[in-house]
Design a protein around this ligand. Structure first.
Ligand code: RIB
Ligand code: CA
Length: 303
């Protein structure tokens, strides 16, 4: 089993990625940490708790984290996922306490707690929102992120247009300084930018097959994805999780990945250079059919 911590901003594609992770016996989801991104952190954390309860995993602790990016006083959010971050789909249930009593409360502290423990060097961190929590943990504990087995990150647009500005993808744009801290932390980086996630498009037939399943999880996910698909049919956040399960679905190259963290029209822009010290594997190729069939098979296991 691969021990993972998932840092996210649910968000509907985050919801699908969480579902894939908890439905896969190869993964041991040790904690979920949440960050301001698609929606404010109070919303993303409550969504994570309700989603895990829906997927039959109320045991997984959820930790709320950064409410704003490093350099800006306000969170940079969007409405692609609706005001509530889940397309207006009610999951029912009351939000359980954010973190299990006795564990570190803040996401950055929970991340540090796990990475500094004996498990730390076996822990894979899957980040699918702005990287503020990871950056805060690294700033507080220099060298922390390099302890992880790897950082699987959905973010960036290396050699294709961005989705929030012409230069930048949302997760890197929402907190460019945090992305810079993480990319320069000396960690083992596996990065899934728009170059590859733009190929992770759900099809009407795939969504219809999900909607035809009788389970509460499938019904809720299909309803959310129907709303999400009106603006963005791309299952961005499923990619780093799927790569842990079926790495052969992805292809890419290594290089020196850097991000423009300076405020301005290019903030959040990232590029993979072939000179200098290699710090990342960057994925650009995807077997889309293989991804969709993997997800269909795993989501069918949820309650
Ligand atoms: O650009 C796509 C990313 O931004 C995804 O993680 C999506 O959930 C949003 O956070
Ligand atoms: Ca996300």
């Amino acid at each position: 089993m691969t021990a993972v911590l998932i840092d996210c901003d649910p968000g509907i594609d985050d919801a699908l990625a969480l579902a894939l992770a908890v439905a896969s016996p190869e993964l041991d989801v040790r904690a979920v940490t949440c960050v301001a991104g698609n929606r404010p952190v109070a919303i993303t954390a409550a969504n994570a708790r309700r989603l895990l309860d829906l997927f039959g995993r109320p045991d997984i602790p959820v930790h709320a984290g950064a409410a704003r990016p490093l350099l800006y006083p306000q969170a940079r959010t969007n409405l692609v996922h609706g005001e509530d971050g889940l397309g207006g789909v009610s999951l029912g249930g009351d939000a359980r306490p954010v973190a299990t009593p006795g564990l570190a409360a803040h996401a950055a502290d929970a991340l540090a707690h796990l990475l500094l423990s004996p498990l730390g060097t076996d822990l894979t961190v899957v980040a699918m929102g702005p990287l503020t929590n990871l950056a805060l943990a690294e700033i507080r504990h220099p060298g922390l992120l390099a302890r992880a087995r790897s950082l699987h990150i959905m973010g960036g647009a290396a050699h294709c247009p961005g989705n929030v500005t012409p230069a930048a993808e949302f997760n890197f744009w929402a907190d460019p300084a945090a992305a810079h801290v993480v990319l320069t932390a000396g960690a083992k980086l596996e990065v899934f930018p728009l170059d590859v996630t733009s190929q992770a498009a759900m099809t009407p037939a795939w969504l219809a097959a999900l909607a035809a399943q009788p389970t509460r999880s499938a019904q809720a996910l299909a309803a959310m994805l129907a709303v999400y698909g009106e603006q963005d049919p791309l299952l961005h956040d499923a990619c780093p999780v799927a790569a842990l399960l079926r790495p052969q679905l992805f292809s890419g190259r290594t290089g020196r990945l850097e991000v423009d963290w300076r405020p301005g029209p290019d903030e959040g822009c990232c590029r993979l250079h072939q000179d200098g010290e290699v710090n990342a594997a960057l994925y650009t190729g995807l077997d889309t059919d293989g991804l969709l069939s993997l997800m269909a098979e795993r989501l069918a296991r949820l309650p």
